[in-house]
Design a protein around this ligand. Sequence first.
Ligand SMILES: Cc1cc2nc3c(=O)[nH]c(=O)nc-3n(C[C@H](O)[C@H](O)[C@H](O)COP(=O)(O)OP(=O)(O)OC[C@H]3O[C@@H](n4cnc5c(N)ncnc54)[C@H](O)[C@@H]3O)c2cc1C
Length: 442
Amino acid sequence: MTSTLDTVVIGGGFSGLFLATQLARLDRDVLLLEASPRPGGVAATVIEDGFVLEPAAGTFMLPHRSLTPLLDSAGVAVEEAYPDAALRYVWMRDSLVAIHYGPKALATSALSKRGKLRMAAEPFIRSSPPDEGVEESLREFLTRRLGREAGTLLSHIAASGVYAGDPNNMSAAAAFPLFTELEAEAGSIVRGGIRRVRALPKPRPPKPKSHIPVGGMSEAAATLAASLGERYRSEHPVTSVTKEGDYFRIEGAETLHARSVVIALRPDAASAILQDIDTTVLHGWPSSRVVVVGVGGAAQDVPLPSGFGFLTGPDTDAVTLGCLFESSYAPGRAAPGRSLAKVIAGGARNPGFVDRSDEQIVEAVVSEMERALRATITPSWTKVLRDAAGIPQYDLHHRRRLAAVDDLEAANPGLIFAGWAYRGIGVAHLATDALRVADRIP
Ligand SMILES: Cc1cc2nc3c(=O)[nH]c(=O)nc-3n(C[C@H](O)[C@H](O)[C@H](O)COP(=O)(O)OP(=O)(O)OC[C@H]3O[C@@H](n4cnc5c(N)ncnc54)[C@H](O)[C@@H]3O)c2cc1C
């Protein structure tokens, strides 16, 4: 048998990179194997014609208790987003309406007076979550807490803005656990939030702000990988993982043995390499396909407002889920005097849109940008990016599926599943999960 490693991590997306970084920080014996020539997975920055387009995550909210130490230890360079990054809009009633979070939410004109009054009553609403074992949808939960109008609007933009999903089919507890935890703790989202803020140590930690990785997410991934040195191997697709006594045998460019194997791949890709284990639970994991479109040009030809961007409201008939004003909030995304927008379209509402031709996609999203921004858009550069596998959906069956994944791990000690399909979809969740997983590895 070849020498035995403590831990092999399979998949060099941000999930695998964070876990390997954490294990390296703990001075543990770890090897990260990535199939492609470059690390970063779906977050593969496109740099063309002076535009920097992120097809997946593009920002980090920092400081963050798990993410900050990982990025800092690898030396990932970040810079703060422009101050207007906090300005967000909903495209509704044929225009862009500013939307605020926290106490300022009541200032929005996105809701009627009556809708705002009902939302403001949330701390006093006594209503119980459904019985144990019954999954409540995001829309049901937010409507129960905030009233029909605010609940419908917020569940829609939260589901489509984060998951490209359908609020009627997403589990509130799985997709936005903070909301349901706050209700469980204090009987109200608002009262729970206040209680948590009061419990923070003094002086209070600084509020997280949007930060942009210098050179893009691919550069951040490359820095994380470089900091691993010989603990990272690219162009090393793993073809199978099988059990061999107390060890796992990992086949790929070479044969390796490890006590623990972390599979930081999508569930279907994980299932494909696990040949002697029943992985039925990983089959057909739900996802929502989106297309990301870069729309760039001279600032006067692609006029963008200040702010982060807009999400499409529930009553607006459009294929666009949201549009980020990249050059308005993020340094380095376009050369001076030029603008870049990133449109995300398709999703649960328009799943077939992704299959249209690039020309049709560009035509549709540019014409919707014109409607939303009430401006003429004549881009000099466009880019259409499709991710065949789509965004994992934390739907009404997600927690049941996750429990089955826990059972699979328990039945196969040393085998661990990680990645955005399971315990949190954003990069900050992946960092938190990396710390949790590292603690579990003996
Ligand atoms: C449109 C969009 C917008 C997003 N916006 C945000 C956002 O604003 N904020 C945020 O926090 N997150 C966002 N995300 C989510 C974020 O990008 C993901 O959470 C993260 O990139 C997923 O990383 P991962 O490591 O779990 O998976 P992946 O990136 O899928 O990585 C898996 C890796 O495994 C490798 N691999 C596959 N098979 C094998 C094999 N057999 N052997 C070895 N390696 C293999 C792949 O090459 C890949 O590198 C967004 C995602 C999308 C699609």
